[in-house]
Design a protein. Structure first.
Length: 232
């Protein structure tokens, strides 16, 4: 988790990033301004009480800053920085994050409202964090964030030995209960032009190492374009 930004500093920092982004990345400037307007009426104490809102804003601030720092570099230096990122991180910053701020987000107004109301679907955050840590410890790479989860129907990006990113959605629902969720998942992936993804229906009583092993295995063996469903 990046260093915590104080609630009183969120809007000024967003304004600073908007000014920096406007001449070089207007799509990012517009999305940041949308977030600034979303919180501008909230006092610092109110924002501090909205944990998920604050966590999202910190993530967005860091992502925007990384993107703008990369944008400011000459192409050769920029590529050298990207090459130092993990495969999952590269996929986020070079493809999905810029796609998010340059395209309309059909789910954004809904999840902004839910976050502000404290109605966040983050019950599985502990599982996702643990899974990401295990993947990283096994020399794979992973990435998880609010935008992936709430906008792109992706709990995490994972890559294994072959360093090929795979978008993973987890559910504890079993067929046929997961059919509707899987259909919505596919529509969302197609909208964001995500071509390689895995939908995992798993039994939460199973050893989590089984889940970790299977995700890494599928990351290395699934084709470049697929929407695959498995049960564990």
């Amino acid at each position: 988790m990046p260093q915590r930004i104080q609630a009183k500093d969120i809007e000024p920092e967003l304004k600073r990033l908007i000014a920096e982004a406007t001449p070089v990345e207007p799509g990012l400037a517009g999305r940041l301004d949308e977030m600034r307007r979303w919180i501008k009426a909230k006092k610092p104490g109110q924002l501090m009480s909205k944990r998920h809102v604050m966590d999202f804003l910190v993530e967005l601030y860091v992502d925007a800053k990384v993107w703008l720092d990369l944008k400011a570099l000459e192409p050769e230096a920029r590529q050298a920085c990207v090459d130092q990122m993990t495969p999952a991180e590269q996929y986020w910053y070079t493809e999905l994050f810029p796609r998010w701020f340059n395209e309309p987000d059909p789910k954004l107004s809904i999840w902004k409202q839910k976050l502000m109301a404290g109605e966040s679907d983050q019950e599985d955050k502990g599982l996702i964090d643990n899974l990401c840590n295990c993947i990283d410890e096994r020399q794979g790479s992973s990435w998880a964030c609010y935008i992936l989860d709430l906008s792109m129907a992706t709990d995490l990006i994972a890559s294994g030995i072959l360093k090929t990113p795979l978008c993973v959605q987890l559910t504890t629902l079993s067929n046929p209960l997961s059919v509707d969720k899987k259909a919505r998942w596919e529509l969302t992936l197609r909208y964001w032009k995500i071509q390689r993804a895995l939908f995992v229906s798993f039994n939460p009583t199973r050893d989590r190492s089984v889940l970790e092993n299977r995700i890494l295995q599928e990351s290395d063996h699934l084709p470049a374009s697929c929407y695959t469903e498995i049960e564990i």
